[in-house]
Design a protein around this ligand. Structure first.
Ligand code: ARG
Length: 402
């Protein structure tokens, strides 16, 4: 009996060609798994297509809730943003997909898993490392890394074998999407001087065309997790879908930057992440009100480590477990509401409140009711400034600006 392989199947050109190519090259039976992470794909037609192209079985998994609650919201609590720009939509989906591929391989008695990543990107690393961590006995097949075909040759292969070519393959862009954002690469975007053409954006209006009136939105958080929108309680998936629509309509969440891939290359990346952008801004604003200065400072370092480990494919590492425990602990009092104003591409925090707010009006005010003891300040400053005063007297040379 032929060995079985579970292929992560998107319905796109590469993974469709992969079904046929694996059968030919490895003589294995291909089971496809299409994973719903709330991107905008037609899952039923992907399933039919997989069978038509030659899969022995075509499975679909609804992973939306797991993705939101166990991957996206923990990353939001950590404020994980790679290189200060990328909210990690694609990167966060890979370990979840790896987990589901491994589960399916176990259920189906498969000896390998396969994915459509090339040998140049981060996604291959994320899949391979995650699978190795979860099921080291499974072999990994990466057709697009192995076959050495150019895009034209892949299309020709598809034509030769009667594999339907999706219309999107006519587009020069490589796109990956899920509910946390869309990643767009290739085509004219490879010229870092070229402005991204309007056609690459699907979820966001151009700020120029966004409504002339600003829109206010209130996000309620419970222990660092978004729980309501404009005082309406919503489950995570609905909340994200609604925020993608709303923030996208106001042109919020377009990102264009030069990113450092793990494999050592710089690449020009364009993202649309309306809900993620808004929520990261809102969450940080609530933390600014409910965490101490020292917690905020330390947490920023953790955020940067956390983002790196997600980006670099180390989701299933012990370091992640440790950092996740720390992040959870920081979120105990991150509950409250943030009010944001969306207007022509900008998303600004204009209000925040929390039952655990560390902001005390009676300490901050310059008006009546001030409880801050100003007479204590000179003594504090005397001690605080003592080492500076001493050093400036003993070692006076080389001070900036003198
Ligand atoms: N640069 C991003 C990342 O590494 C996006 C990758 C997009 N992947 C894709 N197959 N188009 O996470």
């Amino acid at each position: 009996m032929a060995e079985k392989v579970v292929l992560a199947y998107s319905g796109g050109l590469d993974t469709s060609v992969a079904i046929r190519w694996i059968k030919e090259k490895y003589k294995m039976e291909v089971i496809t798994l299409t994973i719903d992470v709330a991107g905008e794909r037609d899952l039923a037609s992907a399933q039919q297509k997989a069978l038509k192209v030659g899969a022995v079985k075509a499975l679909v998994a609804d992973a939306r809730e797991t993705f939101v609650n166990h991957f996206l919201f923990p990353a939001l609590q950590a404020d994980a943003i790679y290189q200060g720009r990328y909210p990690l939509a694609t990167a966060l989906s890979r370990p979840l997909m790896a987990k589901l591929l491994v589960d399916t391989a176990r259920e189906e008695g498969a000896s390998a898993i396969a994915h459509g990543c090339t040998g140049k990107g981060n996604d291959q690393v994320r899949f391979d490392v995650s699978v190795a961590a979860l099921a080291p006995h499974l072999k990994i097949i990466a057709p697009a890394r192995e076959w050495g075909m150019t895009r034209e040759e892949t299309i020709a292969y598809a034509q030769r074998h009667d594999i339907p070519i999706p219309i999107t393959s006519a587009s020069p862009y490589s796109i990956d999407e899920n509910i946390w954002g869309r990643s767009i690469e290739c085509g004219v975007l490879e010229d870092p001087w070229a402005e991204p053409p309007e056609e690459v954006f699907q979820w966001t209006r151009s700020p120029e065309d966004a409504p002339e009136e600003p829109c206010y939105v209130e996000v309620g958080f419970e222990k660092g997790t978004p729980a309501s929108l404009d005082r309406r309680e919503l489950d995570g998936v609905s909340l994200l879908l609604e925020l993608n629509r709303l923030a996208g309509m106001h042109g919020v969440g377009r990102i264009d930057h030069i990113e450092d891939r793990l494999v050592g290359i710089k690449s020009r990346e364009v993202y649309e992440a309306p809900a993620a952008t808004l929520l990261l801004i809102a969450h940080q604003a609530l933390e600014a009100m409910t965490l101490s200065k020292e917690q905020l400072k330390f947490k920023q370092k953790v955020a940067s480590e956390y983002a790196d480990l997600i980006y670099n494919g180390l989701w299933f590492s012990s370091l992640h477990q440790d950092l996740a425990a720390y992040v959870q602990s920081t979120q105990r009092y991150v509950s409250g509401t943030v009010r944001l104003k969306l207007f022509k591409g900008s998303c600004r925090v204009v209000g925040r409140k929390s039952p655990y707010s560390l902001y005390k009006h009676e300490l901050a005010t310059y008006d009546k009711g001030d409880l801050f003891d100003q007479s204590a300040s000179p003594g504090f400053i005397h001690i605080w400034g003592l080492p500076v005063k001493v050093q400036a007297q003993v070692q006076p040379e080389g001070q900036p600006g003198t």
